[in-house]
Write a protein that binds this ligand. Structure first.
Ligand code: F6R
Length: 599
């Protein structure tokens, strides 16, 4: 949510900043800007809208130098216009600041500063006495809330000062050049060596090196990490959109998540980052899973798996709700925290809350080195690779796999037999091929999308493991095509939503041949009897459904707990093709941002 980039070295900075901003555009695309240091001091260019607008502004009014900072914004406070775009510059035009996060005491600060003839962002200017890092540290003491910042000043040039609290920031290391960025994708084309900053860190970057201080100006040691992503992983590689590329990557990403973690002969899994002995695992009385959005949907699938296979009580809670309740969490609670980005503010806060109450935390995270990954007691990377499309696809299916790997481990220690464990593993190993089978028939889904592209509403219904899949299908559709869609447990439909059914209401049923199939058939009948149009995701020819479906898409059969992985793929494709046909911006849907680092 909002992206920061900064560079100091000897190269032309403007193209570097623009390139970094474009790679981070998925974090926010309301407005953008750069501040460049050159012979004239600090020069800024800003524009409302996407990075392409900023690019245009830079053609009309070029600027360059060999160091500078840039920002792409996802508006929280203040409309997304040019004035509110970052960088912000002080009264004299000497200091430029880019900022992510929310300053909670901004109201109080603003009043004080206005009374002294300044505006809010000029705290640093007030504190400046010739040394930029000292001024930044002094200003930070006055700030309450979250931030990731990068600052330059023509009065203490040849350095960038950056700081973080609650908003991710890393330093990229080059040869005589250094970067600061919110996200590794912004600098991956130039370096693979990074230093992740922790909350409370202040970094000073010069052409000669970097230093990390705490807020008492004491020097800190920070580990250098090596990034093993490839550049082509963050490029579209011939696909029209990142989302489509990421949907099509799923045979590989699901495989990656399982690689080296299955023990087929023992019917269990091997989880390197668990950081818990078998005895410790058996000590927990209950499991709490917390997450937001799509990750919360995978949590619901995890709940089902853990309860039925490991026979342990599980509760799933939205992170944003958990943190403001008084949850029953003890040192006998295992808190599983699921997040693609590893930076979602609510999820991070919920994890910290659970930890503070004595729970052990286990992170299921995609982004390597992210805050949740670093702060959880143990964890598993889902290894889906960079997910750039704002709508989460491959991370979701990998989260389900990671949850099953964890379930296998715990269930085999508790109640699951080796024979049953082996049978699950066999099915898991068959998944990549089965996903590929679905992707090979993407054109069937495209035809369904053509038929329904003008619909105003959609209902997604499923039962058992297919209920979270219904929620996920509906979320995908609404976020990228802007069609109102609701996911519901199929049998709950008759308690209200059935009133909505008429010939204009498409209803997507997720009806694999699983343990609740017969029950869902009755729900299909109820919809058909009221003139609704039924699109069904099925697994085989079913007499019971004969004549009741308007459209059908078959997915390969698998075990019940794995159907969400297969059934979500055609639903992702349906949302994608609908959005493309409606002309929306698939990878950057309106009002959304990839990682929500504000409350
Ligand atoms: C939906 C989507 C969001 C995220 C949610 C949590 O497609 O992407 O709902 O799932 O913002 O994000 P993470 O998983 O990064 O914590």
């Amino acid at each position: 949510m909002c992206g920061i980039i900064g560079y100091i070295g000897n190269r032309h900075v403007t193209p570097l900043l623009l390139e970094g901003l474009k790679r981070m555009e998925y974090r926010g695309y309301d407005s953008a800007g750069v501040a460049v240091m050159n012979g004239s001091g600090v020069e800024t260019r800003k524009a409302a809208g996407k990075i392409s607008q900023l690019e245009r502004a830079l053609v009309t009014s070029p600027v360059d130098g060999d160091m500078g900072i840039g920002h792409t914004r996802w508006a929280t406070h203040g409309v997304p216009n040019e004035c509110n775009a970052h960088p912000h510059v002080d009264c004299k035009g000497d200091i430029a600041v880019v900022h992510n996060g929310i300053i909670e005491n901004s109201g109080t600060l603003k009043q004080g500063l206005q009374a002294r003839g300044h505006r809010f962002v000029y705290l640093i200017e007030e504190a400046f006495d010739g040394n930029l890092e000292d001024a930044v540290i002094e200003a930070l003491w006055q700030i309450e809330g979250t931030y990731g910042i990068a600052v330059v000043s023509s009065k203490d040039r040849n350095k960038i000062v950056a700081a973080r609290k609650g908003s991710p920031l890393l330093i990229g290391l080059g040869d005589g050049e250094y970067y600061v960025a919110s996200d590794v994708s912004a600098i991956l084309a130039h370096t693979r060596e990074v230093v992740y900053l922790d909350d409370g860190d202040v970094a000073i970057l010069t052409r000669e090196g970097y230093t990390v201080l705490n807020q008492r100006a004491q020097e800190l040691e920070r580990r250098v990490s090596k990034i093993d992503w490839d550049l082509d992983q963050i490029e579209r590689g011939g696909f029209d959109h990142f989302m489509l590329k990421e949907i099509f990557e799923q045979p590989a990403t699901v495989e990656n998540c399982m690689r080296g973690r299955l023990l087929p002969d023992e019917g269990t899994s091997k989880l390197g980052g668990l950081n818990m002995t078998d005895e410790e695992l058996l000590r927990f009385d209950n499991i709490l899973i917390t997450a937001c959005g799509t990750s919360w949907h995978s949590a619901l699938i995890g709940e089902h798996m853990l309860e039925s296979l490991a026979r342990v009580p599980v509760e799933v809670e939205y992170a944003s709700e958990l943190r403001y309740r008084n949850p029953i969490v003890t040192d006998k609670t295992l808190c599983i925290v699921i997040s693609q980005s590893g930076e979602t503010a609510d999820t991070l806060a919920a994890m910290r809350e659970a930890k503070a109450r004595g729970a052990r935390t286990y992170g299921i995270v995609n982004v390597v080195g992210s805050t949740i990954a670093r702060e959880s007691d143990g964890g598993i990377y889902v290894h889906a690779g960079p997910e750039i499309g704002v709508a989460s696809t491959k991370a979701f299916t990998s989260q389900v796999i990671a949850l099953l790997l964890f379930t296998l481990k715990l269930a085999r220690l508790r109640t699951l037999s080796m024979v049953d464990g082996k049978a699950i593993i066999e099915e898991m190993q068959a998944l990549p091929g089965k996903i590929q089978n679905i992707l090979d028939r993407a054109d069937e889904i495209e035809k369904i999308a053509e038929e329904f592209k003008n619909s105003q509403n959609f209902l997604y219904l499923g039962r058992g493991y297919s209920f979270p899949t219904a929620l996920e299908g509906a979320l995908k559709l609404k976020e990228i095509s802007y069609i109102h869609a609701e996911g519901y447990p199929a049998a709950e439909m008759k308690h209200g939503p059935i009133a909505l059914i008429d010939e204009k209401m498409p209803v997507v049923f997720i009806t694999p041949h699983d343990s609740v199939f017969d029950k869902v058939v009755s729900n299909v009948q109820e919809v058909k009897a009221r003139g609704g149009r039924v699109i069904a995701i099925t697994t085989r020819e079913e007499d019971a459904l004969e004549g009741k479906l308007d459209y059908e898409f078959r997915i390969p059969e698998t075990k019940d707990m794995l159907t969400p992985v297969l059934a979500s793929v055609p639903l992702q494709l349906l949302a994608y093709y609908m959005a493309v046909k409606r002309g929306t911006n698939v990878d950057q849907p309106r009002n959304l941002a990839k990682s929500v680092t504000v409350e």
